[in-house]
Design a protein around this ligand. Structure first.
Ligand code: ARG
Length: 572
């Protein structure tokens, strides 16, 4: 099914070629600023300049060739310096909406060129609490994964778990010394960590033993590995519990931690040396950047192998790129981490490109800003500690419960708790996703739980309301057939833009664009609903047509929120 805007774009490109002999011109179609028109095409100004002709004349010639674009358009008009204003025929929009309603993809065409996309996200660290940075990565990454999958791409979720490195020597050595073979839960792991760290900092003999223990671990000593596995298992229980509460799609099968790449590190170093991408410097192996410098002006380096033989964080990422290209045949690799890792990834990507590993592939860092408290300062507990994610989610649900209880006193308590969970978790996720990700996120429960404005509660209510009208009407409407009011035309136009927005999110990896769209759609729906009686429409046909628009709106909101990882409850 082709969305009206796509059909129009193709018709315009064809008309430009027929009128001017110029092939494959982008008609530069944007929403119209003229109240009477739906869209405006801005190609004429640019083309006229290239051809040394008058823009209005160029636009006129194309308009003549375009005609009504096979019944798609009701009106075309050249205005201003050479804009071509375009208004869809109501029948064309109605026909598309009817088809979209019958389509489980809501009329969204799948990607023309499906790719294999690796999305590296969440990536918490074993033996530590997940923090707010991991929350952002998890929420943003999961929305991107869902959107890319909906677009028809093959998505490989990669949870690059921090499960390797010197701290595991310290932890397993302490387990050995204290005769601990198995940890009962994550809290016990926290205690173990504190005790081991205290010894590591105070006792040089322990520090030495811990260092040898890392070597044993890296060499695959079975006893050490068994202890390490226990640490990973207990941590994953904690991490998975948060994933389930957050309703993200990550499970154990997506864990490909740093440890996975351990056997690939030595060959990666050799390959980098061989390709002359890395060089040896005072016993270490490094890649010097041609783009980044240290504060003293010397080139920044990516440490590949330290002089003591230990490996840097960067080489694991290089081994991962090599693996993702060779084993997974990834066309596109996406890394969702906070902006402070931007230079790290830029240097990793540069090195991989120099080694020729990423030729013809896309590698992209998707950075996001810090999470700040209401006061604009780094998000911390009152005593200055890091906020545990479980506590944060508890608070969100508790606060949502108050709102839900007040709004729905008649709903049974069990269902109210279910709704509060959806609203609380949805609010946390939506607040994160609706902020342009490069910006810092100000975390405010009051703001994210507000019933008005660009928030999850507002959109969830809108989706539930739009869906419940059909239930109240007692009939399932499947056909949009009467479009007379400008607000109806505007609503249909907005609904038809859903696919364009998803394409944009897939291209820019910016989920806030989908949030803005859904918010605008809800607003457009409100204007329609206020101006156009649905249940009391003039004729049965008009009533059915408007009901169908309500249903398509509800489905689009629900699908869009679903792509953000937010579930719409049955009622609110
Ligand atoms: N574990 C790291 C951290 O907590 C994030 C890893 C991101 N992914 C990667 N491939 N380096 O900061």
């Amino acid at each position: 099914m082709i969305a009206p805007t796509h059909a129009l774009r193709a018709a315009l490109t064809a008309a430009i070629e027929r009128a001017l002999g110029e092939p494959e011109v982008d008609p530069l179609l944007v929403p119209s600023r003229q109240p009477g028109a739906d869209l405006q095409a801005n190609f004429a100004m640019k083309l006229a300049k290239q051809r040394g002709e008058a823009p209005r004349a160029v636009a006129e010639r194309v308009a003549t060739e375009l005609g009504d674009a096979d019944g798609l358009l009701a009106k075309t008009e050249v205005s201003g310096p050479g804009f071509l204003n375009l208004t869809f025929a109501p029948g064309a929009l109605a026909e598309w909406a009817t088809a979209a309603l019958a389509d489980e993809r809501l009329g969204v065409a799948p990607a023309a060129m499906p790719q294999t996309v690796v999305v590296d996200y969440s990536a918490p660290n074993v033996a530590k609490e997940m923090h707010v940075g991991h929350l952002r990565s998890t929420v943003i990454g999961d929305a991107l994964v869902r959107t890319l999958e909906f677009e028809g791409h093959t998505v490989v979720r990669a949870n690059h778990l921090g499960d390797w490195g010197t701290q595991f020597g310290m932890l397993t050595q302490h387990m050995l010394d204290s005769g601990i073979e198995h940890l009962p839960d994550f809290a016990a792991l926290g205690e173990l960590y504190r005790a081991a760290k205290a010894r590591f900092d105070a006792d040089p003999a322990f520090t030495e033993a811990a260092r040898s223990r890392v070597v044993a671990l890296q060499a695959g000593d079975p006893g050490t590995l068994a202890l390490w596995r226990d640490l990973v298992t207990v941590s994953l229980e904690h991490i998975n519990a948060i994933y389930r509460r957050l309703d993200v799609t990550l499970t154990d099968e997506h864990v490909v931690g740093e440890s996975f790449y351990n056997p690939l590190l030595a060959p990666t170093v050799d390959a980098l040396l061989e390709a002359a991408v890395a060089t040896e410097s005072r016993g270490a192996v490094v890649v010097a950047s041609t783009r980044f410098t240290n504060q003293d002006g010397t080139p920044a380096v990516l440490i590949i192998r330290k002089s003591d033989g230990g490996y840097g964080y960067g080489v694991t990422d290089l081994a991962a790129i090599d693996y993702r290209v060779r084993e997974l045949d990834a066309h596109r690799m996406i890394y969702v981490t906070d902006a402070r890792q931007a230079q790290h990834f830029a240097m990793v990507f540069d090195a991989a490109a120099k080694a020729g590993w990423t030729d013809g592939r896309q590698v992209e860092h998707v950075p996001f800003g810090a999470m700040l408290g209401d006061d604009g300062r780094p998000f911390k507990t009152r005593s200055g500690g890091t906020v545990a994610l479980t506590d944060l989610l508890d608070s969100a649900i508790e606060r949502a419960q108050v709102i839900v209880d007040e709004k729905n006193p008649d709903v049974p308590a069990g269902e109210r708790a279910e709704i509060a969970r959806a609203v609380g978790i949805g609010a946390v996720k939506y607040a994160d996703l609706s902020t342009s990700r490069q910006r810092d996120l100000i975390f405010s429960f009051d703001r994210m739980l507000a019933l008005d404005g660009n928030t999850a509660p507002y959109l969830l209510y809108a989706a539930v309301r739009a869906g419940s009208i059909a239930t109240r009407a007692g009939e399932t409407a499947t056909t949009v057939s009467v479009v007379t009011e400008p607000v109806e035309q505007a609503l249909l136009l907005k609904l038809a833009a859903f696919g364009d927005v998803l394409d944009e999110v897939a291209a820019t990896l910016e989920p806030h664009r989908l949030c803005t769209y859904l918010y605008e759609l809800a607003g457009q729906y409100t204007s329609f609903y206020e101006a156009c009686p649905v249940l009391k429409a003039d004729t049965p046909e008009q009533r059915r047509s408007r009901l169908a628009m309500c249903t398509l709106t509800a489905e689009t909101l629900k699908t869009g929120l679903g792509l953000l990882g937010i579930t719409v409850p049955a009622r609110m």
